[in-house]
Design a protein around this ligand. Sequence first.
Ligand code: SF4
Length: 349
Amino acid sequence: MHKLQPKKIFIEKDVVNSPVTRQILDKLPDITVEYIDDYRSIKVDGRTTDDVFKKSKECLAIAGKKGELVKQFRCRDGIVGDTEYFISHGNNCSFDCDYCFLQCYFDNAVPTVFVNHDEMLDDIKDVLLAAGDKKIVFHAGELCDAMAFDDLTGLSCKLIPLFSEYPNARLELRTKTTTVENLLNIKAADNIVVSWTFSPQVIVDTHEHKTPSLEQRIRAAEDVQAAGYNVGICLDPIILCDDWFDHYKTMLEILFERLNIEMVKFISLGGFRYLSSLTRVIRERDPQTNLLLGEFVPCVDGKYRYFRPTRAEAYKEIGKVIRELAKDVKISLCMETPEVWNSVKDVLR
Ligand code: SF4
């Protein structure tokens, strides 16, 4: 099992005595600690951009979140999607995916956990109560892997009992981790979906550094399903590497053989996309990268995506494989334009 072992911890002075901070420190004895005023001003030195990122990801910051703990997420005009909410429980994560948009999103790349859990739960409750009987979806994996620090913070042990009281709400915990012990020890609720980003092992090896292997992720998903949870399958980002179709087909066959499809709530497909600001970081970190090879075009939301016919073809081919393996599972596209949805809807429905 993957366990986070940071080399150094930054702790904001204001949260030194927080129960969650004490709990994390109990689990990481003898670690070097630096006390700081504000997580946003952490600076990590390094010879190169890549060095700064690598060193940053060896640290952990414990902080109190400034600003909103629950944020509304709206797709930009021209991109299909519903208004949903995400829980801001941390920034960055200890993994190091080449394509991660967070590399150009925050002031630093140090994985940071927010320990003002009581405030976070109160804010979530406010949104849940305001929603009344309406269906409402929360995510906990937008700006930080949802489970990467769960063995340290125990946040899932607070979120799951809370959401189990609000059956009209759904909480999606999106992850690449195997740190799922807390989930196995608390009662599953029907409105919790633990979703894994699954990538063919060749993509994991090339672009998802420090992450659990495909096999480890599948085993974690099997364990979580056996404990009674619904699971989601995210193929996002789909990267069109050499022989991409064979790699994705083989992976899907393994997933469908190993997972209980009755308990798979959805499969979501999303092609690799990026803002132009990310290209500088990707190229600086690895001038030889093949991630940006291919024909990318700017889209209505300012992100670059594979040329439209190329990605529509990829969704269709992957969709056909899924439909051959499972007739009824819900398939959706992540952050796509209406034109692409329309061109693939016959295969995906
Ligand atoms: S697991 Fe997610 S948050 Fe972490 S580096 Fe990879 S893409 Fe970024």
